[in-house]
Design a protein around this ligand. Structure first.
Ligand code: IVH
Length: 680
């Protein structure tokens, strides 16, 4: 069937529309039509093309996926070599780089295009008359591999350039990478399928580009930012790198929005600091920044040495993964007895700090990775989280090592370790407060800011108080006198006096703080607040049955059982009595304080974001829970209200997207004020 004029016209319209949508969605990140509409139009085009196969063009959005698997990759010789970059690790090297450029070019203040150094792999895209005809990896810089079929599946790469002003033959270069989220989802899927798990997003991106079956590559969440031009024919390019980036963007290619023009070494270093600060909040990995002399004419003058340009420098962030050695495996016992294995490491500099410990999470993690004392391992530090071991380098395992055996007894008090949780992953010391490790953690929790708030009672002091036997339980804190405290190591008389004062001050507290301070397993600040509001007094909480406790919204069976059991332990009751007789007290409930039924915000779910002028977030949460509302940390479809103070975070945007009622401070005060006046 020969396509009619209308079919021809409609196919062209649909192609343009769908390509435009792809561009808005994947390049600009600003979709203008819904996914459903996109799918409808795509199906329409697919139907048209099925009826008239001669309508199919190489840039049709139906043609991204669908090429046949290949048996290997054809080599591609790069007409213009794909260079690498010289690396620098410190400010000195950046200053030296800038000085050399000033000397060589006799320019006083050199302008640089500063860009993020993306952690992926360099790829070349060849466009002929605006159509993508080839995609290739960098390879060794002289010869790469033809990965056209896979590159075509990457949605942010245009199959046809926009506009008309592009050179008839144009090679664009950039970095193909995978976002953190994409990487995580891919690995979860790989794990489920029993397939290979990738060690980092860069390896995952490289592996995906080298998939022989483009259908598999298409399922991999690859992205690209373009940053350079290779070969190009019959055309004038802009005379600055930054303008080149803008031009690439006009042709529909995706370029990093983080590129900037800076001047001199100072400008470069300020840019480095800025990106170092943003690094962890970016959705993809960058391992440094790149400075490129902005003037392409000066780039030409400067030229290359061996395989790196003289006009560019990669200023790398400190590595966040390092290899080191496991010197020991020790067990830490937490407040509730959870036993966490920790690796003691040969100190190593990772991501800007010296790391000598890494968490091993739990027993099954050690078993899964078979981490042994003496092993050489890769440690990773991501932001402020506790460093962890990523893998064991088995080739470097010394001969006489033994598999680690998780002990049956607590290393501190020798009580039995019991295993809980799915597959028994949580090891717990059964020694309770007889275990001095648990006791120390318990006292630290009791004294912490949101509990009894005893200023100056730090970890070292608690350790000494327990080790010397001065404090056996939290009630003993209130029997301490300044002279005993002054006898501790590194404790001057003045600070001893201050600590005693702080302990004295903490006697006046509130019921919710006291309940939280008791350290009842599963009772955090929120639950403590709920208990205090619903019961009004400690006796009522202590006497409640599990069923009574569960009648409070948000208290489930596990928490109820834990609270109930806590008050049935003679030791706990004894400590509470001791605390009360030592003078720990809280205001009695006001007559007529809210009963469960009368709570005006009962069942309403609130999320707080941003800074409030009239009260702290903690206070706002307290006021809300006192009125029966539940305050949660994240926005979901079950959220009823979001209270947005000044500079609200991403929760605000999410709430707006979900159509949740947003209250500003005035509106919030209006609600709590109104219900407080009428009902409480
Ligand atoms: S320019 C002649 N710009 O870093 C300059 N490279 O170490 C060639 N890279 O192979 C590269 N982000 O894979 C340039 N903004 C950026 C980059 C970047 C990442 C990678 C690229 C290159 C390697 C060199």
């Amino acid at each position: 069937m020969i396509p009619t004029k209308q079919a021809l016209k409609r196919a062209a319209e649909l192609r343009d529309l769908l390509n435009e949508h792809n561009y808005n969605y994947y390049v600009l990140d600003q979709p203008v039509i819904s996914d459903a509409e996109y799918d409808r139009r795509l199906r329409e085009l697919q139907t048209l093309e099925a009826e008239h196969p001669e309508l199919i063009t190489i840039d049709s959005p139906t043609q991204r996926v669908g090429a046949k698997p290949v048996s290997g990759f054809v080599p591609v010789k790069h007409e213009v070599p794909m260079l690498s970059l010289n690396n620098a690790f410190g400010a000195d090297a950046v200053e030296l780089f800038d000085r050399r450029i000033r000397d060589l070019t006799r320019v006083d203040a050199v302008e640089y295009a500063a860009e993020p150094k993306l952690d992926g792999l360099a790829v070349s895209l060849l466009y002929e008359r605006g159509l993508l005809v080839r995609g290739a990896t960098r390879g060794d810089g002289a010869t790469g591999e033809d990965v056209t079929q896979n590159v075509r599946t990457i949605r942010c790469i245009p199959l046809r350039l926009k506009g008309e002003s592009f050179p008839p033959r144009l090679e664009v270069r950039g970095e193909v990478f995978m976002s953190h989220d994409g990487f995580r989802l891919l690995n979860e899927e790989q794990q489920r399928a029993g397939a290979k798990v990738f060690v980092n997003p860069r390896n995952a991106a490289a592996g995906s580009l080298r998939q022989l079956d483009p259908a598999l590559a298409a399922a991999r969440p690859l992205e690209m930012y373009c940053y350079a031009v290779g070969q190009h024919e019959n055309s004038e390019l802009p005379d600055r790198q930054f303008d080149l980036l803008k031009l690439l963007a006009r042709w529909g290619l995706r370029v990093s929005p983080l590129a900037e023009v800076v001047t001199g070494a100072d400008g470069c270093l300020a840019y480095y600091d800025k990106l170092a600060g943003r690094r962890l909040s970016l959705p993809y990995g960058i391992d440094g920044v790149v400075y490129k002399v902005n003037s392409l004419a000066l780039q030409e003058v400067l030229g290359n040495i061996s395989r790196a340009p003289r006009w560019a420098l990669a200023h790398k962030f400190p590595a966040q993964e390092e290899t080191t050695e496991v010197r020991g495996i020790e067990l830490q016992v937490g407040r509730t007895g959870a036993v966490t294995p920790v690796a003691r490491l040969r100190p190593v500099f990772v991501g800007g700090v010296t790391v000598s410990n890494a968490t091993l999470h739990n027993r099954s993690e050690i078993e899964r990775m078979d981490i042994r004392v003496g092993d050489t391992v890769v440690v990773r530090r991501a932001g402020d989280v506790i460093p962890e071991i990523v893998k064991v380098i088995e080739q470097r395992r010394p001969k006489a090592t033994r598999r680690y055996r998780f002990p049956d007894t607590c290393p501190v008090c020798a009580a039995h370790i019991v295993y809980e949780g799915g597959e028994g992953v949580i090891a717990r010391c059964s020694g309770g407060l007889y275990c001095s490790a648990q006791r120390k953690q318990h006292i630290k929790h009791f004294a912490s800011r949101k509990a009894m708030d005893i200023e100056g009672l730090g970890n070292k002091i608690v350790d000494q108080l327990v080790d010397t036997g001065l404090v056996k339980d939290v009630a003993d804190l209130y029997r301490l006198d300044a002279s005993a405290v002054a006898g501790l190591e590194r404790m001057a008389e003045k600070s001893a006096g201050q600590l005693i004062d702080a302990i004295t001050r903490s006697r006046r507290t509130t019921l919710e703080r006291f309940l939280f301070a008791l350290g009842i397993p599963h009772v955090g600040e929120n639950t403590a607040r709920l208990l205090a509001t619903h019961h009004g007094c400690l006796e009522s909480v202590a006497e409640s049955s599990e069923d009574d406790l569960q009648s409070i919204p948000d208290i489930g069976p596990i928490v109820a059982r834990s609270i109930h059991a806590f008050f049935r332990q003679p030791h706990n009751v004894e400590v509470i009595e001791k605390l009360k007789s030592a003078g720990v007290s809280w205001p009695a409930p006001r007559p007529g304080s809210p009963s469960t039924a009368a709570l005006p915000l009962q069942g309403k779910v609130f999320v707080l974001t941003g800074t409030l002028q009239s009260m702290s977030r903690d206070e706002a949460a307290s006021r809300l829970t006192a009125l029966g509302a539940r305050v949660t940390g994240s926005v979901s479809s079950r959220t009823d209200f979001i209270v947005a103070g000044a500079a609200p975070g991403s929760k605000f945007e999410k709430a707006e997207k979900l159509g949740i009622t947003v209250l500003d401070e005035e509106g919030f005060i209006g609600i709590i004020g109104k219900v407080t006046d009428t009902n409480v």
